[in-house]
Design a protein around this ligand. Structure first.
Ligand SMILES: Nc1ncnc2c1ncn2[C@@H]1O[C@H](COP(=O)(O)OP(=O)(O)O)[C@@H](O)[C@H]1O
Ligand SMILES: CC(=O)OP(=O)(O)O
Ligand SMILES: [Mg+2]
Length: 431
């Protein structure tokens, strides 16, 4: 029997990551990664390309890509040709070797399960584009390209919001007019759920617990950042809301601000009168908060790595550090700790572990250290030596004393592409 090839596509706000899997027998065997490629830094050009064959053979690393590769769709085209043109990847000699493509779609509205993409689902998802302005339209652009260029493959939509369909009503409800909330579907949806689902399963394995018994506070900190309270293996609360703008700040997103701030953002803000905002329309305000805020507006860079090195200065301890970078770093730590405190109480202290993931969570030991030190009063403690090492395993225990009664601190190399492939390989409907 011929193996099946699954391509998983993860279009984030600053990157596109694809992974290719071979599945010996759908429904019976797990996906085995045969290649992985990504274009990152789309918000801080030039973007860079990385290509890894198998799961660790690095073929291309940090290669600056042509300036024309400036959005998610062109990045995907480059990734697809990188895979197909690699003669040492015999499983993907041509595009027609790919049988299933799973797409990360950030906003899935009321969908609580992945969907095979038909004309109907496509149009349904298109209607949600405005609710994830940095994501959904880009992902659908990639879906469209796949339909054109790989007509034989099946396209499956996996939603970032689906993991959060378990959030209880009193948490997902906004205190506004109930009728309007219902008719306009205004509620907390939550995102990064594919990542949280992966994290929950992998951390439960390391804890030696069943997923249904696992309680976590997980942090997915990338270009977009969020926190999630996981109770009994399910999402109990998360910091993003109706859209991925709410909660923590991001590369170009403000995160939560006083909603009235929008009405006072115009040039003559000092007056604070209705006239001061007469020229600021809602769509423009959304653009400002989604695309012109966050690290970019505060520091001039969307690269959090630069913010960390700027904040800590030449001696790594803050000596000679840049004040604005330090402000951004401290602000992020403050907002993250706010959610940890809230979720700790919301979970009534029944927390097995605090988990860091996402580009920043996995790479910045400085950020992990600062956060864990601040929430030390809740019983978390980090081992500096373990924290300073480059992360190698899928899940690593960074807790101070592994045998103590202290709460655990983990870092998890999250894998949204694998989570989507696993789901497609298990679900007969998509074969
Ligand atoms: N060594 C590092 N220290 C801190 N942040 C880093 C480091 N390396 C990468 N990052 C940050 O990780 C973020 C990208 O995270 P990622 O989860 O890959 O993004 P996306 O949201 O596009 O999926 C960027 O802000 C990048 O600057
Ligand atoms: C939902 C979201 O913000 O995703 P990303 O961090 O990948 O942009
Ligand atoms: Mg991401």
């Amino acid at each position: 029997m011929k193996e099946s090839i699954i391509l998983s596509v993860n279009a984030g706000s600053s990157s596109v990551k694809v992974s290719v899997y071979s599945v010996a027998e759908l429904g019976k065997s797990p996906p085995i990664q045969i290649a992985e490629a990504q274009v990152s830094g789309l918000t801080a050009p030039p973007a860079s390309l990385k290509y890894v064959r198998s799961s660790s053979e690095v073929i291309i690393k940090d290669k600056a890509v042509d300036e024309k590769v400036s959005d998610q769709r062109s990045a995907f085209s480059l990734l697809l040709s990188t895979l197909v043109e690699d003669n040492s990847l015999p499983q993907v000699k041509s595009k027609s070797d790919i049988s299933i493509i799973c797409h990360r779609i950030v906003h899935g509205g009321d969908y609580s399960e992945p969907q095979l993409i038909s004309a109907e689902t496509y149009h349904h998802l298109e209607a949600l584009n405005d609710l994830a302005p940095l994501h959904n339209a880009n992902s659908l652009g990639i879906v469209q390209l796949c339909i054109e260029k790989l007509p034989e493959a099946k396209n499956v939509a996996c939603f970032d919001s689906q993991f959060h369909s378990s959030i209880p009503e009193h948490i997902r409800t906004y205190p506004i007019d109930r009728e309007i909330a219902k008719s306009n579907k205004l509620r907390k949806y939550g995102f990064h759920g594919i990542s949280y689902s992966f994290i929950t399963q992998e951390v439960a394995k390391v804890l030696g617990k069943r997923v249904e018994e696992t309680n976590l506070i997980a942090l997915h900190l990338g270009s977009g950042a969020s926190a999630c309270a996981i109770k009994g293996g399910k999402s109990w609360d998360t910091s993003m809301g109706l859209t991925p703008l709410a909660g923590l700040p991001g590369a170009t997103r403000s995160g939560s601000v006083d909603p009235s701030l929008v009405f006072h953002y115009a040039s003559d803000v000092g007056k604070l009168s209705p006239n001061s905002t007469k020229d600021l329309h809602i769509s423009r305000a959304e653009e400002i908060l989604n695309k012109e805020s966050g690290w970019k507006s505060l520091t001039g860079t969307t690269d959090f790595g630069k913010i960390v090195s700027g904040a800590f200065g030449s001696d790594g301890n803050g000596g000679g550090g840049d004040e604005v970078m330090k402000l951004a770093f401290d602000l992020f730590v403050d907002r993250i700790c706010g959610f940890i405190g809230t979720y700790y109480v919301s979970l009534r202290g029944q927390v097995d572990a605090l988990v860091f993931a996402g580009g920043i969570g996995e790479k910045s030991f400085e950020l992990r250290k600062a956060v864990v030190e601040q929430v030390g009063c809740l019983g978390f403690e980090i081992d500096q030596e373990k924290n300073n090492q480059k992360v190698k395993e899928v899940v690593e225990d960074l807790s101070k004393d592994e045998s103590s009664t202290k709460k655990k601190v983990f870092v998890c190399q999250t894998d949204e592409q694998f989570e989507m492939a696993r789901c497609c390989a298990e679900n007969e409907e998509f074969w």
